[in-house]
Ligand binder design. Structure first.
Ligand SMILES: *Cc1c(COP(=O)(O)O)cnc(C)c1O
Ligand SMILES: [Zn+2]
Length: 396
């Protein structure tokens, strides 16, 4: 190990029973209760870098926040330039919706065209640091491409299982990066079972969403970037939610920023956006439930939202409620219309998940749940380029 990074990572603790876990070896979920593990940092030691603004002159990637990322060995960091994506004003969409301060966080600019790059950069780096040889994951599409790219970069064998009806460019991408791909006749949940069995037999590191602790840490940087780019936190965040990693991650980032004295008590209202064809979080939120029931026959044009049973459902629902936020389901028809409208209005390449957030925002403004002068951030979580079927270019 060369001179260590400035990481202040301490250890892991269970999100449910608080059982501590040693961070010096491979960990997946809590050994006591099976729920997700969360990383802990020495934030007192991390704070000066953020208070002084020292981090601002560093590399233009999410690794500029090294103090609050889990990798110690700089040589283990697998980076393709993920993060530090534009936070772009969206005045025309704002005007159409009746909002004065609307921003789009354009995650389509990331390597492999989606914000999955953040999570996989962190997870793959930690896998290198801990000496893993094989990494595996189920995906609805974008996480597979990111895993394959970061796996190639890391020299780690990568095994991906994806629904066979995922968008073709997502399938091609995994193969192009040289990962092993299994196409599954089913959903991401079926792909998860396939990976789970083989991972146990083959000794692969299973980095399924929230079943290992480090993808969350990469996605957490979304929250740090909003703070850095705005100089404050927004009033409302619309987040297209599948497994919920980014939403839970941002909620943790805001808590860390507050603990370091960098923001006050006020927090953004977090809004989960889902498709009416797969809305387990929306249904559980409306019912006042703490956990989600698996959604049956999940179907939507937005693969990132086609997650019938998010593993960290309790953490998603808790963040929504603590934030005073809510959960909204939108119809595919409206999403496809908004994808075209929003892309043409701003020159931002909207993916269906990002367009769903625009649709949801319109609904909230119309219902008087978001005010004209509030600072609103919509997440465009990926590029639209992997969706030729929605652009009227290819036959559907
Ligand atoms: C994975 C994905 C999502 C959902 O992200 P989570 O953090 O798992 O909720 C949203 N949009 C796109 C484009 C995705 O690939
Ligand atoms: Zn536990």
């Amino acid at each position: 190990m060369t001179s260590p990074t400035t990481s202040t990572f301490l250890d892991l603790a269970c999100s449910t029973c608080a059982e501590p876990h040693d961070a010096g070896r491979v960990q997946t979920v809590c050994r006591v209760c099976g729920r997700p593990l969360l990383a802990r940092y020495d934030l007192e030691r991390a704070a000066p870098v953020f208070r002084s603004g020292e981090f601002r002159s560093r590399v233009a990637s999410m690794w500029r926040y090294a103090e609050v990322l889990p990798v110690f060995d700089p040589d283990a960091v697998i980076s393709l330039g993920e993060g530090m994506t534009p936070l772009t004003r969206a005045p025309r969409i704002g005007e159409a919706l009746g909002l004065a301060r609307l921003f789009v966080k354009d995650e389509g600019i990331n390597p492999t065209g989606s914000f999955k790059a953040r999570g996989l950069s962190a997870a793959m780096s930690k896998a290198v640091e801990l000496g893993a040889s094989d990494v595996a994951l189920p995906t609805a599409g974008n996480a597979g491409g990111a895993a394959a790219a970061y796996g190639a970069r890391a020299g780690i064998r990568t095994h991906v299982a994806m629904p066979k009806d995922a968008p073709r460019p997502m399938i091609d991408e995994v193969r192009a990066y040289g990962a092993e791909l299994e196409l599954i006749d089913g959903l991401i949940s079926d792909a998860g079972r396939w990976i789970g069995e083989r991972a146990r037999e083959g000794g692969w590191l299973d980095v399924s969403t929230m079943k290992e602790p480090y993808r969350l840490e990469g996605k957490k940087t979304l929250g740090y970037e909003l703070w850095e780019q705005l100089g404050e936190l927004p009033d409302v965040i619309l987040y297209p939610t599948g497994g919920g990693t980014g939403l839970i991650g941002m909620w943790r980032a805001f808590a860390e920023l507050a603990e370091m004295g960098l923001v006050g008590e006020r927090r953004p209202r977090m809004v989960s956006v889902q498709s009416s064809g797969c809305a387990p979080v929306v249904r559980a939120f409306a019912a006042g439930a703490e956990r989600c029931e698996p959604w049956r026959d999940a179907a939507t044009v937005a693969p990132g939202l086609r997650v019938p049973g998010p593993f960290a459902d309790d953490l998603i629902l808790r963040a929504l409620r603590e934030s005073g936020g809510e959960a909204v389901a939108v119809d595919d028809e409206d999403v496809i219309a908004d994808l075209r409208l929003a892309s043409a209005a701003e020159g931002i390449d909207f993916c269906p998940e990002g367009a769903a957030a625009v649709t949801a925002l319109r609904r909230l403004v119309d219902a008087g749940r978001v005010d004209r002068d509030e600072l609103v951030v919509v997440f465009n979580t990926a590029t639209g380029l992997k969706h030729p079927e929605l652009r009227g270019v290819w036959p559907c």
